[in-house]
Design a protein around this ligand. Sequence first.
Ligand SMILES: Cc1ncc(COP(=O)(O)O)c(C=O)c1O
Length: 388
Amino acid sequence: MVQNAAQKISVAIPRMPDADMVLPYLRRIDAARYYSNFGPLVREFEARIGAGYGVEPACVSSVASGTAALTLALRASAPTPGSLCMMPSWTFSATAHAAREAGLTPYFVEVARDSWALTPEIADAKMRHAPGEVGVVLPVAPFGAPIGYDRWDEFSAATGVPVVIDAAAAFDTAQPGRAPVVISLHATKVLGVGEGGLLISRDADLVAKVRSLSNFGFQHSRVAALPGINAKLSEYAAAVGLAALDAWPFVRTGYVRLAQTYAAALSAIPELSVLPGFGQGWAGTTCLVELADPVTSAVARDLTRAGIESRQWWGRGCHQQAAFAYYPSSSLAVTRYLANHTLALPFHLGLGPAELNRIVSVVADSLASSATAPLSQPRHQNDAAQAS
Ligand SMILES: Cc1ncc(COP(=O)(O)O)c(C=O)c1O
């Protein structure tokens, strides 16, 4: 992960607030001697987050990690125990782990070719042929890209099936409605506290339930009213979160500008396209490209030879991972295509014009030398059929 002076370019280098920015908040912890249990810093952090999304503080609950927030949101949505949790296979393993932890059966379905996301249309079609009762739907905002949040509330109202949205990387683009939205505060995200998560919903009762589940199931006393766990955010993590919010306008500008510059440079390569929406004014921490060639081809190898790290970020999809191999799935042609044709290029705030040029030229040379057809024509015609 460390970028050394000898030319290696790392695929990711997290950006967290400097110690000096956190210090005033740590001094407040010292003065208050309040270290956890929804202390003053956690409450202030949640209120500032709520204000940013235009919701009341009661609509926000901080949680110890994004995975824990997903697990508790699924449990709070009260699907039938053991029922199917419909989700894309094209996601990070945490999405499927959360479903399993919540006592549900992951059911892997397809994503749309043009957004890389599970859509209400796909969910609707897949529910008809599901191998059991679908208790809840868990769409994912891929790599923080904008998705139609309000359409999921409509889906839920029309079908009666609860929805929980995994917006782990979407701090900048999430639009919380009634369906709970889960955001990760892991160090690798645009707003990081180290480990942490947020659950946001306009349904304050559901948020209160998640808060109780994250605190031993306590509600108004130290008696467990619900079967909870301990998944609270500490005051120390909230201190980092408050400092990160102070720095957010500046950090956001950095990520937005980098993505715009990157997207412009990559647009000169015809055999490649970027994550849908990338470079269009929102902040994320990954640069995913879709290549006409399978990524197992020369590109990743040529990047490695040039000292440039790249990553197949979500591997071959969750359904291919040993922990989830026995769970049901639908046809996954688009997922397979994305797994084979997408690659993450280095993306972090330490990248300057020289590094960007180097990365883009290695990718361009590699693709040109393998003489692949431009991506623009086959995008909707090749083996990545539209999700059915
Ligand atoms: C799509 C997705 N879901 C869930 C998570 C889990 O978040 P956390 O690492 O905060 O538990 C991640 C983390 O990167 C993720 O990318």
